[in-house]
Design a protein around this ligand. Structure first.
Ligand SMILES: [Zn+2]
Ligand SMILES: [Zn+2]
Length: 257
């Protein structure tokens, strides 16, 4: 499995794109930084997009991909919770801010095909086992465990806060891609809205180790560009304390599992 980080941030600036990951060129996890990262030919190879939740930094490129889709031969399937589609249809794909690509070019054969997922219901998507698992965020959200045919798997949390021990009980990935949304000084705020700081990451990884008896390789994304250095410094301390490897995800980073 080739995992390519397209967007490793919660905000956008030169060199920093919103959250998106591409697996073997065909499945995208979240659509925050999809289109600016990929050539048109690469965009046409995407067969499925798995959305963790509706927030703009994870969903915005449904619109930009939809606009390019006029020239694509095949549609793209979007997998998300019913609650996520509810918001997207009112706020992003509402047919007012731009075309509604879930009904375009026709209602019967749209470019973006909506497929609902439910937590803990595994399904086969493009030959991968995909398991959505509920996480703690201010809106309904899931992380996804993706398992390839050779048995290798990754888990991507999407946006989450602490309190996900139940989530860890349902997965056993070789690679964990997890969010950290800012420095430790924002911890109280993050606890209210469901995000992680480096210290909260330490807590959830300690829980993971307690539940699963190992720690996978960890890659952190969703760092705000404005706090990059501070967060990286704090994550280094966490890695030292846990005596484990924690990589900072970067745009263009490739990981082979
Ligand atoms: Zn969010
Ligand atoms: Zn986010």
């Amino acid at each position: 499995m080739e995992i390519r980080i397209l967007g490793a941030h919660s905000g956008e600036a030169k060199g920093a794109r919103m959250t998106s990951i591409l697996i073997d060129g065909t499945i995208a996890l979240d659509a925050g930084g999809l289109t600016a990262s990929l050539s048109l030919a690469e965009q046409q190879r995407i067969r499925a997009i798995l959305l963790t939740h509706h927030h703009f930094d994870h969903s915005r490129d449904l619109v930009t991909l939809g606009a390019n889709g006029a020239f694509f031969k095949q549609p793209v399937e979007i997998f998300a919770l019913a609650e996520t589609f509810e918001i997207l249809k009112d706020c992003l794909l509402d047919g007012k801010i731009y075309a509604d690509f879930s009904k375009w070019p026709s209602k019967e054969k749209p470019f973006l095909v909506q497929k609902t997922v439910e937590p803990l219901k595994q399904q086969n998507i493009c030959g991968y086992g995909v398991l959505p698992v509920s996480v703690q965020h201010e809106v309904p959200s899931v992380g996804f465990q993706i398992t390839a045919k050779d048995g290798k798997s990754l888990f991507y949390t999407g946006d989450t806060g602490q309190g996900i021990a139940d989530c860890w009980r349902n997965i056993s990935p070789d690679l964990l891609i997890v969010e950290v949304s800012g420095p430790d000084k924002s911890q109280d705020y993050f606890n209210r809205i469901g995000h992680l700081s480096p210290e909260l990451l330490q807590k959830v990884l300690t829980e993971f180790r307690g539940v699963r008896r190992y720690l996978p390789r960890v890659v952190v994304i969703h760092i705000p560009p404005s706090h990059q250095r501070e967060v990286e410094r704090e994550i280094k301390i966490v890695a030292r304390r846990l005596q484990t490897r924690i990589d900072i995800g970067r745009e263009g980073m490739k990981i082979n599992l």
